[in-house]
Design a protein around this ligand. Structure first.
Ligand code: HEC
Ligand code: HEC
Length: 173
């Protein structure tokens, strides 16, 4: 009996392998960038550009959904990388400075330690130090896969700002 099961499953496996070989799908056709999966020699990088507008010259994007991390509308050239000793983002977005330089101030959620449930005062939480972990610039690349997602906003103001600190416990008992 065991032998029979073995034979049947071996035949099924061989059949599947044969189908794979005959389907004619090459590894170039599988990935979105249409290049071999075995080596990257023929990968052609898309010719894309990021915003060249300097901070102060860009227009902010609508939020992708309510309380989404806003996208970075200005150039990040010369501002990255963020290191332990140098975070240039803070030099404009720190809540004590931002309004004076026309930048959106870092919101209260980033000055709050959610693990110990206490405010950090004027010091940004370590969990928010690496801005570009959540905030990203946008390029003019054409989407490879379409997206029909449409965000619902409870109020129109939230297209341009967040209120997460006020609603973070909504629905939590
Ligand atoms: C020289 C000042 C300056 C620096 C440095 C700077 N920003 Fe900005 N940022 C601005 C200004 C001003 C705006 C508003 C858009 C504009 O006027 O270009 C802005 C807009 C933004 C926004 C959009 C905010 C919104 O309300 O939609 C994000 C996100 C952002 N910056 C993130 C960053 C990050 C991350 C860094 C560090 C890599 C950084 N910024 C460095 C000045 C600055
Ligand atoms: C762990 C993810 C994360 C990190 C790291 C992070 N942010 Fe955010 N940020 C968010 C999210 C989510 C929001 C929207 C909800 C909120 O206000 O907290 C936001 C909102 C903002 C806003 C919009 C505030 C408003 O009132 O509309 C600014 C400006 C901003 N962040 C700047 C920064 C800067 C500068 C840094 C780095 C010093 C940073 N963020 C680090 C996730 C992050």
């Amino acid at each position: 009996m065991k032998k029979k099961i073995f034979l049947v499953s071996t035949a099924a496996a061989l059949f599947l392998v044969a189908c794979g070989i005959n389907s004619g799908i090459s590894s170039e056709q599988i990935g979105l960038r249409k290049a071999s999966l075995e080596n990257e020699n023929k990968v052609v990088l898309a010719d894309i550009n990021y915003s060249a507008a300097q901070p102060g010259e860009a227009s902010v994007y609508d939020r992708s959904y309510e309380n989404a991390p806003p996208l970075i509308p200005h150039s990040t050239e010369d501002l990255l990388p963020i290191t332990k000793d140098n975070n240039s983002c803070l030099s404009c977005h720190d809540k004590a400075i931002a309004t004076d330089v026309g930048a959106t101030p870092i919101p209260p959620t980033h000055y709050y330690d959610f693990r110990h449930n206490k405010s950090m005062g004027d010091v940004i939480s370590d969990t928010r130090f690496n801005c570009t972990q959540c905030h990203v610039p946008q390029s003019d690349a054409k989407p490879i896969v379409g997206n029909t997602f449409k965000a619902d906003f409870t109020n129109k103001d939230l297209l341009k700002k967040s209120n997460l600190i006020d609603v973070i416990n909504e629905g939590v008992k």
